[in-house]
Design a protein around this ligand. Structure first.
Ligand code: TYM
Length: 337
């Protein structure tokens, strides 16, 4: 279905707390590669961030921090559109229309809502429940064809495909929206917690030792890797042996992603080594890659007015890109204007 649509890349990140290695390796790093080739729109999804309780001051600060992380990592606001979601009304408007296209049964299958709500479903905001519908609107307001994300967002992008298809069918406009494709690539599409190789590395984990934040200093990074959970065996020879060793697999994957090597190539180098040796090499590599990003982030954050200017400028471009799509959407749905 996306065949006849011009390629356009869209992705986003929530401004809630610290960005960590998972966000960087699962998403931002892939965004960089795509901006050389495609039109790219990278959003700071502040409207998604208010689906759970939030502190307004912290939200504004986190929005600027995520923007700084994008730019410090190499996303160029002159090449890609960088903006925060709430400045472009098309997201909320299209989300409402999609709320009337998506089915309750579809949302009931969303695993992330189930995980976040747990037993407290009734007490969650309605926004948290329809969160994936807003995400579909983010993507389709620009008729985006490709969505680079970590593994945990796959189901949400698939829902966006279902919504696009149902809209096209319901309104008899066969090729109106593309079917956006998730791009989930690299050896670290699902970076795991450093404390538990079976849980995802996450901003919401209460233990800061479970994750490496983009802004952690060299000592903190080394300490966190040193304390990272491992098993008692030396590193294996073959990649297949990692399947039963989730903590080893995670650390090898992080190394492979930063070194831009296959996991097997990393094992060829470290097979038979003790974790203490490998963790030292891993810390060195990660510090070398992250410290320039952290210092550039600090430099950018010293001038918040400039960050706000970049976001306003990006929002203007985003509004101009979404405007013709939204004009057609209103006509197709039957809204008089
Ligand atoms: P968010 O803010 O939770 O995460 C941002 C990106 O980081 C990826 N990610 C990970 N990748 C690998 N390992 C991990 N441990 C890990 N943790 C997070 C996520 O997969 C994501 O790519 N709903 C989205 C934000 C969003 C969005 C969109 C994304 C809103 N609208 C439209 C794409 C298109 C979210 O909460 O991501």
């Amino acid at each position: 279905m996306s065949g006849s649509h011009e390629p356009l890349v869209f992705s986003g990140m929530q401004p809630t707390g610290n960005l960590h290695l998972g966000n960087y390796l699962g998403a931002i790093r892939n965004w960089l590669k795509l901006q050389q080739q495609y039109r790219c729109v990278y959003c700071v999804v502040d409207m998604h961030a208010i689906t759970v309780d939030h502190d307004p001051k912290a939200l504004a600060q986190a929005t600027r921090e995520v923007t700084a992380a994008y730019i410090a990592s190499g996303i160029d606001p002159k090449t890609s559109i960088i903006f925060n979601q709430s400045q472009v009304a098309a997201h909320a408007e299209l989300a409402w229309i999609f709320n009337c296209v998506a089915r309750v049964g579809w949302l009931n299958r969303m695993t992330q809502f189930k995980e976040k709500a747990g037993k407290n479903r009734e007490a969650m905001s309605v926004g948290l429940y329809t969160y994936p519908v807003l995400m579909a609107a983010d993507i389709l307001a620009y008729r985006a064809t490709h969505v680079p994300v970590g593994d945990d967002q796959k189901q949400h992008v698939e829902l966006a495909r279902d919504i696009a298809q149902k809209f096209n069918n319901d309104f008899g406009v066969p090729d109106f929206f593309p079917a956006p494709e998730p791009i989930i690539t690299g050896p670290a599409t699902r970076v795991m917690s450093l404390r538990d190789g079976t849980a995802k590395m996450s901003k919401s984990d209460p233990s800061d030792n479970s994750r490496i934040n983009l802004t952690d200093d060299a000592d903190t990074i080394a300490q966190k890797f040193k304390r990272a959970k491992t098993d008692p065996h030396p590193l294996p020879e073959a990649e297949e042996e990692l399947a039963a060793r989730p903590e080893a697999d995670n650390l090898i994957s992080i190394y492979a992603a930063f070194a831009e090597k296959a996991k097997q190539a990393v094992l060829d180098e470290f097979k038979g080594a003790q974790f203490s040796t490998f963790k030292g090499a891993l810390s060195e590599l990660v510090v070398a890659k992250l410290s320039p990003i952290a210092s550039e982030m600090r430099r950018l954050l010293a001038d918040p007015a400039e960050i706000d200017r970049i976001l306003r400028d990006g929002a203007e471009k985003a509004r101009a890109t979404a405007a013709p799509v939204m004009a057609e959407v209103r006509r197709v749905v039957g809204f008089v204007s």
